[in-house]
Design a protein around this ligand. Structure first.
Ligand code: GAL
Length: 966
């Protein structure tokens, strides 16, 4: 019998021969050489395919291709090197820690570089640094073995001095996709192996800085900062702007401007040792917990946060500095003030950008074992002695790398890794090394070794309970007492998958009501999808299952507030409005402005007041508004001039960031700098309703009424020159990701209920067509298969000779139980040539009952295509709410008693429902117009709670109507 030993990559030992972890140093006087370049690369299906001879053998390169470093190999070679794969919770391998399958994609890399001629090999040492390799790497230099490392999103440095030589040098690396460490990296994202972050050769001259730790505290009572920089070896610290020039290890206290996410003051400084000078950017701030709150510089902070994965549709997690900057600027532009680096430390440059532009950071360790849940958590690494070293190694490498970023206020141990002593050990190690920050881990429900009570997707009702300190007690009274005195944070809430999320405002209201609730982090920043081209030549965003994965989790990876190309989705626009720290409440002739920032004043804002009168045409007047600078927490009420008008009038007060605000300067000229706005709408004097003065006339097989022609069964054929597909009751919407999710509270899955009820297959029976002296009445019964439930629907048409008014009355009959309706309205068809849409209503973007905070009353114009929201997975979208008037092509639609919802698209809801990718949507022979009385709310049941009770649409007797004109 022959038995085979486990591979080296199946050894749970995290690293072999790695240098001690230390702070990231973006710049220094010591020499460095970036090895980011095109490397030689060979892919194999298994580490068993080739031996390691390539490491010392240049001739092996004959069989190698070329691959850029950094990158993920699956995103290159058009399938030659395998493909990316998406699974959420499950491991895409049999669970058998620390062993992994023989089928284990392997990349062999070789790169030859010239050492600069002035590189002093003899002076000190030279380190070879990898900022991220997924998942296990074995490294050689000039054929000499340097060591191994795991921890995909953590750096490693090897001492390369002995192997380095003048002139040409060759780095060789073997990377395997699956390793013992894979069990620690089960985050909900694409599996994408490779050397995906920078590779750098670093000269470390004698007496250069091995490591340093900047301690820069701020005492809000005295207004003074205390600086102490620990350094090995010792040296001096110089901060010119503060007149500081002290020895390392020495403490110095002096008045400073503190660092906060709102006021990110950084002091340029230098750390000088005999061998090196390192530029520092120092931010003074102090994190404390008192009164059961996390405080920074003595004040409670409110996290308006997002969860950010690193993603780009071309590069995967190999994100460039430009992409990182774009993310930070987009966050600042959308009032985001905090980011949780879900679920691993990001590229360290991202953290420098957070320091510079101002974002509170929860830095999370590269750790998740969620897939063990499928195995009753048996052998979960969190509790397994086999992984203790690996987990402590991860905590240490994160803290050492990132400890000098003022933006980081919380260390997180990881995500969804169950329970176990290793987590407590990680927490203890971190607390000892860096007591200056708070510790987070959501899985520690009792908060026994963390500093806050953290939850994900807790319902509004639960958050309310926690806000009142009224949550159900823990069994352990001592732990309960401790947790009950801790602040509460939602490390994830509202799931931005597809249309929605709905209900963001109600969460924000709770955060603003209860001091204990210190905000949350929305799930998540960006859709992780790749571009593909369909057989019909159209491009689409690909998700799980589109790359031939044997197991996958479909479009659950498309749950971000940015579309994959980083265009903001309506969810982000809604979030921005809801979390705006500047509250603007406009009433008839006043505006009240409140600054709810935690630290900053409003000197960075400029204000306008705009008045729009919606008469025959829209008259607009805008003036600059003189608003005094408000300190954090201050409020002011100002008078507004609001002349009376017979027409509906909107007064909108807007605050925008001034040109000199750092993020505003950095974004594209002309890009949106609005931070806050509020609007008051004064109603018009009641309009006389279009009187039905003309009588229907029967002529042959047609019925004429004013501008309209009907067939004998009451179907509307045309209005003036516009031919139409007759308006008919419509209750169906293409189900949203949230309709398809189980409501955390009611446990109901509405999409299933609605399909089972055949709401998508409504049958319409005409029971009577009655021509009276002033109207045409069409009595119908709309009902679905199988059941006795029906909507008795009466369409009443009237005309004054020019316009055509439609009034619809709906009466539910039969057994409806507790069913909700997806929508209630009528749908009609217009000619395919219809393109331009103008409307006066709430926009500019889509809005639904529980996601409409960002919509304002205005006059808008768009093409039919512009009105679509391109969700990765096609679903209901594009609904404009509270429309007063619209012109769709040549057809004008005017509200009757109540404004209407408007949706215009080139395909039916049924086609939208059937599509799985945007490329499936075919332009129909008609443009379909939905005129809605109401919609069911959106909620966030794709992960969380469905629409709150006030946003649910019940079948009830209803009347609604509109007037058409051509
Ligand atoms: C959470 C998890 C996230 C993500 C989210 C759903 O449970 O922490 O990583 O999977 O659910 O999208």
């Amino acid at each position: 019998m022959v038995s085979f030993h486990p591979g080296e990559h199946e050894n749970p030992v995290p690293q072999i021969n790695a240098a001690a972890p230390r702070s990231w140093v973006p710049k220094s006087t010591a020499q460095r050489l970036s090895l980011n370049a095109d490397w030689k690369f060979r892919w194999s299906p298994s580490p068993l395919t080739h031996d390691e001879g390539f490491a010392a053998d240049k001739s092996s390169e004959a069989d190698f291709d070329t691959l850029p470093v950094p990158s993920h190999w699956v995103l290159h070679g058009d399938g030659k090197y395998g493909r990316q794969a998406y699974v959420n919770i499950r491991y895409p391998l049999p669970i058998d820690p620390p062993r992994v399958p023989d089928e284990n994609p392997t990349g062999d890399y070789r790169y030859t570089f010239e050492l600069p001629s002035d590189w002093k090999i003899e002076d000190g040492k030279t380190l070879l640094r990898f900022d991220g390799v997924d998942s296990w790497a074995k490294v050689w230099l000039n054929g000499k073995y340097l060591g191994t490392s795991t921890g995909s999103r953590l750096p490693v440095e090897f001492d390369a001095t002995a192997a380095l030589r003048a002139g040409a040098n060759t780095v060789a690396v073997r990377v395997v996709q699956w390793s013992a460490a894979t069990y620690l990296e089960d985050q909900d994202q694409w599996w994408m192996p490779g050397i995906f972050r920078d590779v750098t050769l670093l000269h470390r001259p004698k007496a250069s800085v091995d490591d340093y730790f900047v301690h820069a505290n701020y005492d809000h009572k005295s207004g003074k900062g205390t600086l102490k920089v620990e350094s090995s070896p010792a040296g001096r610290v110089v901060v010119p702007a503060l007149g500081i020039d002290v020895a390392t290890g020495e403490e110095v206290t002096t008045p400073v401007s503190p660092w906060t996410a709102e006021t990110p003051t950084l002091y340029d400084a230098e750390l000088r040792t005999d061998g090196e000078t390192i530029p520092l950017r120092i931010g003074f701030r102090t994190v404390t917990y008192s009164d059961g709150l996390i405080k920074v510089n003595g004040r409670r902070v409110l996290f308006r946060g997002v969860n950010r994965h690193e993603f780009h549709p071309d590069h995967g997690r190999a994100v460039t500095p430009e992409i990182m900057l774009q993310d930070v600027l987009l966050m600042k532009q959308h009032n985001v003030n905090a980011v949780r680096t879900s679920h691993y430390p990001p590229h360290p440059h991202f953290l420098s950008l957070c320091d510079e532009y101002g974002l509170w950071v929860v830095d999370e360790c590269d750790y998740e074992t969620h897939g063990f849940e499928w195995n009753q958590w048996v052998d979960n690494p969190s509790g397994s002695p086999m992984y203790t070293d690996a987990l402590l190694n991860r905590a240490e490498r994160m803290v050492e790398r990132d400890k000098n970023h003022p933006s980081i206020v919380i260390w997180s141990l990881g995500n969804e890794a169950g329970k176990g002593d290793n987590l407590r050990l990680m927490s203890e190690w971190i607390r000892k090394r860096d007591p200056s920050r708070a510790i987070h881990y959501e899985g520690d429900r009792a908060s026994s070794y963390t500093d806050m009570y953290s939850r994900m997707y807790a319902t509004h009702a639960e958050v309310d309970e926690i806000g009142r300190y009224a949550e159900p007690p823990l069994e352990d009274a001592a732990l309960d007492a401790r947790r009950r005195n801790l602040p509460f944070v939602l490390c994830e809430y509202v799931h931005s998958m597809g249309n929605g999320p709905g209900g963001i405002k109600e969460y924000q209201d709770l955060f603003e009501k209860y001091p204990r609730c210190q905000g949350g982090f929305i799930w998540e920043w960006i859709d992780h999808c790749f571009k593909k081209t369909a057989a019909n030549g159209r491009e689409y965003w690909a998700y799980g299952g589109d790359f031939g994965e044997e197991i996958h989790d479909g479009n659950f990876i498309a749950d971000g507030m940015l579309f994959p190309d980083r265009k903001p989705s309506p969810g982000l626009i809604e979030f921005k409005k809801v979390i705006s720290p500047i509250k603007v409440v406009v009433s008839k002739d006043e505006v009240t402005i409140t600054n709810t920032l935690d630290f900053g004043d409003t000197a960075h804002l400029e204000w306008t007041a705009e008045r729009k009168v919606f008469g025959e045409s829209v008259e607009a007047t805008a003036v600059a508004l003189d608003v005094p600078v408000l300190k954090a927490g201050e409020s002011v009420t100002l008078k507004l001039a609001t002349p009376a008008s017979a027409h509906e009038t909107a007064t909108t007060v807007t605050a925008s960031a001034r040109d000199d605000v750092a993020w505003a300067q950095a974004i594209q000229p002309g890009a949106d700098r609005v931070v806050a706005w509020g609007q008051f709408v004064a109603p018009a004097q009641a309009k006389p309703k279009a009187a039905g003065t003309v009588a229907p006339e029967v002529a042959g097989d047609k019925i004429h009424l004013g501008p309209a022609v009907f067939d004998k069964r009451g179907a509307l054929l045309s209005i003036g020159s516009v031919s139409v597909v007759s308006p008919r009751l419509d209750i169906w919407r293409a189900t949203t990701d949230n309709d398809r999710g189980p409501d955390e509270v009611t446990k109901r899955i509405l999409a299933n209920e609605w399909k089972e009820a055949n709401f998508d297959k409504l049958k319409h029976r005409v029971d009577a067509v009655e021509a009276t002296s002033s109207s045409l009445v069409v009595r119908t019964r709309a009902a679905a298969w199988v059941y006795n439930r029906a909507l008795e629907t009466v369409y009443t048409y009237t005309s004054d000779g020019e316009a055509l008014s439609l009034s619809v009355s709906v009466k539910p009959t039969g057994e409806w139980g507790d069913l909700f309706l997806p929508r209630l309205g009528v749908r009609l068809g217009l000619p395919k040539s219809t393109d331009k849409v103008q409307y006066v209503g709430y926009g500019p973007g889509e809005a639904y009952p529980d996601s409409r905070e960002a919509a304002r009353l205005d006059a808008f114009e768009a093409s039919v295509d512009d009105l679509q929201t391109p969700y990765v997975f096609p679903q209901e979208n594009g609904h404009r709410t509270d429309v007063r008037w619209a012109r769709v092509g040549a057809l004008e639609i005017e509200n009757a008693a109540k404004p209407f919802g408007l949706t215009v698209r080139r395909w039916t809801s049924e086609a939208l429902e059937a599509a799985t990718h945007s490329s499936d949507l075919e332009v129909d022979d008609h443009v379909w117009v939905n005129i809605d009385h109401a919609h069911h709310g959106i909620g966030t049941a794709s992960c969380g709670e469905g629409p709150l009770p006030q946003y649910r649409l019940k079948p009830e007797p209803t009347e609604f109507g509109v007037t058409f004109r051509v």
